[in-house]
Ligand binder design. Structure first.
Ligand code: ATP
Ligand code: MG
Length: 176
């Protein structure tokens, strides 16, 4: 059954502290694109080229834009980070509203809210105007209760084990 056949698109959240949230969203993007659907992926917080970011060059139907600079692990977000996130949300909102895109993915959007680059209300306002058939995926740790309430599908990926505890750093093609 296709998304277009049902006529309604749903809101997903992939959250939790385990690995696989962004991977799952990109997996869905590939699945949707291979069925002929159009996918738009906005990556919040991220500004670096990750391996998966290249997929738009190879897969017609997937467009990706980034709205971040670098990670905030060792610094506080500044005004430019806020402005980029707000512009990014406006872009995603326009994509959701137009209805020309079937699947809109807001990668790490819950992190943008957690770091106060965006508010829950701003994200909820964007979700509210989505065209009926558009499927939306929000990813990132620390999804707020308000966003979880607004979603139709919420998957929490829980870390049971992670090789970073063995000192294994991010590996290209596996983690980035
Ligand atoms: P992926 O992009 O692999 O699907 P994710 O989207 O679920 O992961 P994020 O929270 O976005 O996870 O984290 C990005 C990367 O950081 C992941 O590849 C993950 O393996 C790694 N990671 C997660 N927790 C830790 C940690 N505590 N220390 C170091 N690296 C971590
Ligand atoms: Mg992620």
């Amino acid at each position: 059954m296709s998304i277009l056949e049902t006529g309604k698109g749903y809101i997903h959240i992939y959250t939790g502290n385990g690995k696989g949230k962004t991977t799952a969203a990109f997996g869905l993007a590939v699945r949707a694109a291979m069925s002929g659907k159009k996918v738009y992926i906005g990556q919040f917080v991220k500004g670096m080229a990750y391996s998966e970011t290249k997929c738009s060059a190879y897969i017609p139907g997937i467009e990706i834009e980034q709205f971040g600079t670098t990670c905030y692990i060792d610094r506080n977000p500044d005004e430019e980070d806020v402005q980029r996130a707000k512009n990014g949300l406006e872009k995603c909102k326009a994509m959701m509203k137009s209805g020309d895109i079937d699947v809109v993915i807001l990668d790490e959007i819950t992190i943008a809210v957690y770091f106060k680059l965006l508010t829950d209300d701003e994200v909820l306002g964007a979700l509210k105007v989505k065209a009926e058939h558009v499927e939306v995926v929000l990813t990132g740790r620390y999804a707020s209760e308000l966003l979880i309430d607004a979603a139709d599908l919420v998957s929490e990926i829980q870390e049971v084990k992670h090789y970073y505890r063995q000192g294994v750093l991010s590996r290209e093609g596996i983690d980035c």
